[in-house]
Design a protein around this ligand. Structure first.
Ligand SMILES: Nc1ncnc2c1ncn2[C@@H]1O[C@H](COP(=O)(O)OP(=O)(O)OP(=O)(O)O)[C@@H](O)[C@H]1O
Length: 238
């Protein structure tokens, strides 16, 4: 069955300006990502991977062209609208977890829900569900420094999914982890894609990580140079 596009880029350019200099970073990008696809972005350092991730996550805007996510044209939203859109639609996972050290695992996961109108009881229920999904039941009172790197990343993933977002973006999610722990985190991302139908866009330098995705895009100097469907992986889009 053909799914509707989840992410569409039409003629996207992205430039940064430094004083009078214009730095072109993405050039003429056209892309269509199906709902439930698990996409890996690869390419040399500076090729524009994080820039592209930021555009589809609504953290930055294209200089030219259109970025549509789940039918929403992000370039047409005001600053306030895009902040609200992000809070409801996107979960963020970073290489360095970005947890607040003075908060417990529970409190870290609860953070995005404090921006919603959910009751305390409902927030608690959702946080406990997210912690259970990532396999951290019973660790809710631990602070980040009482957890291993892999467990910290699980807390960060629980925080990313607690609002039940449509899209998960992950920037080098296994970059700080050993191979075994990295494998476990990749397993979890696959589960979120397969069982919970999350569309995932992941930046990675690791070919082993990219192999778990359903599709791998290669960027070079801001252009799409390769687009490979991973026959061996089973994604929610299959
Ligand atoms: N805010 C900014 N202002 C100016 N230039 C920027 C900005 N952000 C990124 N760049 C430049 O854009 C280019 C692409 O950066 P980007 O972070 O997207 O690359 P990347 O492929 O993710 O690299 P890496 O693998 O090293 O993280 C780089 O040359 C970078 O210096």
């Amino acid at each position: 069955m053909e799914s509707s596009p989840s992410i569409e880029l039409r003629g996207v350019d992205k430039e940064y300006r430094r004083d009078e200099f214009v730095v072109p970073v993405l050039q003429g990008l056209d892309l269509s990502v199906a709902e439930g696809e698990y996409l890996a972005l690869m390419g040399p350092s500076g090729s524009g991977k994080t820039t592209l991730l930021n555009l589809v996550a609504g953290l930055d805007t294209a200089t030219r062209g259109e970025v549509l996510v789940h039918g929403q044209n992000l370039g047409r939203l005001s600053e306030a609208e895009i902040t609200r859109w992000r809070a409801h639609n996107v979960g963020f996972i970073f290489q360095t977890y970005n947890l607040i050290p003075v908060l417990t695992a529970f409190e870290n996961v609860e953070l995005p829900l404090l921006l919603t109108h959910l009751s305390r009881r409902k927030r608690r229920e959702n946080v406990m569900t997210a912690l259970r999904v990532v396999g951290l039941e019973g660790r809710e009172h631990h602070s980040p420094r009482q957890l291993s790197g892999g467990q910290e990343q699980r807390v960060a993933i629980a925080r990313a999914i607690v609002t039940d977002p449509y899209l998960l973006v992950a920037d080098e999610p296994t970059g700080d982890l050993d191979r075994v722990t990295a494998g476990e985190i990749l397993e979890l991302l696959e589960q979120l894609n397969r069982e919970f139908q999350k569309t995932i866009v992941m930046v990675t330098h690791d070919p082993l990580a990219a192999r778990r995705a359903s599709r791998v895009l290669h960027l070079d100097k801001g252009r799409l140079v390769d687009d490979v469907i991973n026959e061996t992986s089973i994604s929610a889009a299959s």
